[in-house]
Design a protein around this ligand. Structure first.
Ligand code: NAD
Length: 492
């Protein structure tokens, strides 16, 4: 595919979606959204406030209550609608990818894969819709006892800026399959593909009011969703501190909550591993999406006997990561999402040096006039790190990796677990028994052996400890969007 396509989105005014209508904010306010790789203005977007959230909740409740509406359709009919949604998204992969690449600064090749993955998530939940069922339970009293899984009602879906459309689809898919109606709020930096997904839902024949999209700041519009008494559940992906605030806000009406939060994932490499494979694949596990990935393998633990060789191989492989214009097909790492994010990461690079970590690669912006206007940074490698350093403890959310030596299996597990997070991780070893013992020992929700793969549409995804609660994707996600009802029938 070439990058010269007719689907380049124009700068313009975009609108939110409430009750099937494209609308401005009630008070007409807007905010600007840009391209972080160029500084170009992309769109003016409605700046929603509490009134707009109230409007969206009313529209979603009306759609939920409609006796002939979404929640009361047969599950198979909802599944067919989701199948259509998947097909419509598939028809718009290039457009969605262009929009995401320009708004997030991420490489177009990856954005195409992400847009296609959205269609696959909808396809999966299309098939899941009529497989949500209860159980019969042999209770002690004479009678019939059975359970029903029912939709919660209006659900709020609050998503971050790193994988905007994917995080939206992980929530929309199961929420809609189970019969809920939804209010989706994208992050302020990156609202464009969420709005487009709302428009495509209507195009696919999903009824008005089932998918509403609200754009606005987290502190006001997001908080209004998290605290709204008319919303039964909030699903959130974002920073751990924001997740804690959402828990507080959700307490008002004892909302159901699911949280996908930060991470500081370990990549553990033993001396007996295929070191070449580890080194060839692992730069992408941390520098992909410019390191703005909750699963980024940002802590590499390497067995001391192979430390120097692994560092050489990994650094050599990192040199090959192509940093450049997000819209160029060859680019593997684009810009960060915003100049503010680049400043935050740059601060961490300075902190790492002050803490005594050894900066062995990167640490600055790439050289060249083409990078001047964008929020670019080179992939950055620190060696000789310790788990008490801030660059090892805190989620940097940028292209920075810390290398830490270990001596044996027990120490590897102890150091990997020396973190408040527990999202994902990898173990590299040819000794499968050892790899599985370590996989069992690491307190994290998503682990891989001899691979850095974390996300599978069909398998559960989510974190231990301060990385969150609940599991997205797979059939497990349906539990997050249903209430469980028990019915007992006296048969005497
Ligand atoms: P963020 O927490 O700043 O924002 C996420 C969303 O929450 C945005 O839509 C924002 O507008 C909204 N928000 C902010 N304050 C709010 C409030 N008080 N009430 C309600 N909503 C509010 O996160 P971010 O910077 O957009 O994303 C990066 C973070 O997301 C990282 O910590 C990363 O690890 C995490 N993340 C986690 C996963 C996962 O599955 N575990 C996946 C992707 C990203």
């Amino acid at each position: 595919m070439t990058t010269e396509t007719s689907t380049q989105p124009a700068v313009g005014n975009v609108k939110m979606i409430i009750g099937g209508e494209q609308v401005d904010a009630a008070d007409g306010q807007t905010f600007e959204v840009g391209n972080p790789a160029t500084g170009e203005l992309l769109a003016h977007v409605p700046l929603a406030g509490k009134t707009d959230v109230d409007r969206a909740v009313a529209a979603a409740q009306k759609a939920f209550d409609d006796p002939k509406g979404w929640a009361n359709w047969s599950a198979s009919k909802r599944g067919r609608a989701l199948q259509k949604y998947s097909a419509v998204v598939k028809d718009h992969v290039e457009e969605l990818a262009q929009l995401e690449a320009r708004n997030v600064g991420k490489p177009i090749s990856g954005a195409r894969g992400e847009a296609f993955a959205v269609s696959l998530v909808f396809e999966y939940y299309a098939g899941a819709a009529n497989k949500i069922f209860g159980e019969t339970i042999p209770v002690s009293k004479p009678g019939l006892d059975f359970t029903l899984r029912e939709p919660i009602g209006v659900v709020g879906l609050i998503v971050p800026w790193n994988f905007p459309m994917n995080m939206a689809s992980w929530k929309l898919g199961p929420a809609l399959a189970a019969g809920n109606t939804a209010i989706l709020k994208p992050a302020s930096y990156t609202p464009l593909t969420a709005i487009r997904l709302g428009e495509l839902a209507l195009e696919a024949g999903i009824p008005a009011g089932v998918v509403n999209v609200i754009t606005g700041p987290g502190g006001t519009a997001g908080a209004a969703i998290a605290g709204h008494p008319g919303i039964g559940k909030v699903a959130f992906t974002g920073e751990t501190t924001t997740g804690q605030e959402i828990m507080r806000l959700a307490a008002g009406n004892v909302k159901k909550i699911s949280l996908e939060l930060g991470g500081k994932s370990p990549n553990i490499v033993f001396a007996d591993a295929d070191l070449e494979k580890f080194a060839a694949e692992s730069p992408y596990a941390v520098f992909d999406n410019a390191g703005q990935d909750c699963c980024a393998r940002s802590r590499i633990f390497v067995q001391d006997t192979v430390h120097d060789r692994v560092v050489d191989l990994f650094t050599e492989a990192t040199r090959k990561v192509v940093v450049g214009d997000p819209l160029a097909d060859a680019t593997e790492m684009g810009s960060l999402v915003h100049q503010r994010q680049r400043e935050r990461v740059t601060d961490y690079i300075a902190i790492g040096q002050e803490e005594g970590a050894e900066l062995i690669y990167g640490g600055t912006a790439p050289e060249g006039a083409e990078f001047d206007a964008g929020a670019y940074l080179m992939p950055t490698i620190f060696d000789a790190c310790r788990t008490d350093m801030r660059i090892v403890r805190e989620e940097i959310f940028g292209p920075v990796v810390a290398i830490i030596p270990f001596s044996d299996e027990a120490e590897a597990v102890r150091l990997a677990n020396d973190t408040p997070y527990g999202l994902s991780g990898s173990i590299w070893s040819r000794d499968i028994g050892k790899a599985l013992r370590v996989a069992k020992g690491v307190r994290a929700g998503v682990l891989s052996v001899n691979s850095n793969s974390s996300v599978h549409t069909e398998a559960p995804f989510g974190g231990y400890k301060m990385s969150g609660m609940g599991r997205e994707l797979g059939m497990h996600a349906l539990e997050l969007y249903t209430e469980l009802k028990n019915v007992f029938v006296d048969l005497t």
